[in-house]
Design a protein around this ligand. Sequence first.
Ligand SMILES: [Zn+2]
Length: 469
Amino acid sequence: MVKNTNDFNEIDILKKSLEQLESPWEFQGNEKSVKVETSIIEDVNYNFLGVINDFYFIESLDKLEEFEKQDSDIIITLERISNHHNFLLFLKYFYQTELKNYLDYLININPKTKEISLNFYAFKNVSEVWNFLLSKSIIDKYPLKLLVLIELYKNLLNSNEDKESTDIVFSDEYTVSNINNNLSQFESQYDLKKYFKIIASLTFIIDSITTSLNILIKNVQTSLLLFYKNKSNSKHAYSIFRELSSIESTVSTFEDKIRTEELCTFYKKKVNCLASASYNNEKFIAINGLDTDSINTDNKYEKIIRIIQELAKPAEFKSIQITDEVKYYLDPTIEIEYTRNNITYKMFKNYKKNYNNQANVNHKKISDENKDNIFNDKNRMFTCCERKLIDNLIEESTENEYPNIELIITMEPCPLCNRTIEFLKRENKLELKIRHSEKNSNLPIDIIKEYDDFAIEILNSEQQKKKSD
Ligand SMILES: [Zn+2]
């Protein structure tokens, strides 16, 4: 495979770095580390990194003693570490996806290209650096972007290494002047061969940045899994997070500039994704959305569950998917003419099936595609992880008395789930112990109103059906 001319050697070096970027990510589990293919990580439909981040939060919360689970200081600390973990995953994800683009461009560059131009102008501040990297620019900018990316990460990670004086060393001014100094060493134009030589000579830095990020991520994951042991030893356990927080505050200033869909999904998707429940000495786990029919066509859901199960070992989690019995409760203040105050997922699906031939069609017949759109928008009425768990466990319980269930969720239950929880409490059916972070989801009132109207529409059609039977 090794070719003889110098040109090809350099391209081979770049190809090797690119190959490295395609290698699986490793996640630290309770017993061992687990490899995850980049194809799963990069699939925006699954928000894998969000799910996995939630898993670490839930796992570390679950391990705490009963009284600790109710201590808001402990929960907040845990939440902070979990946010750092998410942030580090974001840093690695961003670094790798950008690098792939740039290296791929260079490896496949038109061989007739004679010159590469950099045209570097000094940055005024760190935001400008991020802005430049995040901007959707023409590929001509890739050669410069590649150098900027390497410089930025080198600085972020170096400042992290200097443990004694993080606050002094790490500042926007310091970082940006460092980046400017190093980049101004480059000429504004290179012939292609020369540019390749420069980049090839930087590949050891490119690779070592990935290694450093991996070590940081592994450390945070270990700290989350061992949090139940180390929480009292705050100085030791939290030192790395303090250092990272300075990077995070810098990056949070460019948050609104994250435009691309993949990055947005990953960085901003702050809905709770994961819930676990204990009941009768068994553990159950459910993921938001995910297992709905429309996207569960390629077994990715099973793959993600298997990864979580591997990480959790020796603990065993049974995965719970959406069932026909998951319920959507109406707002209790709504006056309805029926004894029923909820609809099941089964009713929802039936309504969809018969949408065009209801007895009381008060809507126009619509195409299958439009029908899918209407119902996909409403899936959220049923896909909350905690509701899947609650309705499933109640359904599974053969006893008349409902068991005590402990729910661990990444966020406060949403208003829709709260209706179920309140209803069960009122009926004295179930005393739920719920543990969650301080985060809450923000489900707009007008969307909830839309869901309620839709549920009433379904109740009406059921009533019509009964009459005509
Ligand atoms: Zn919910």
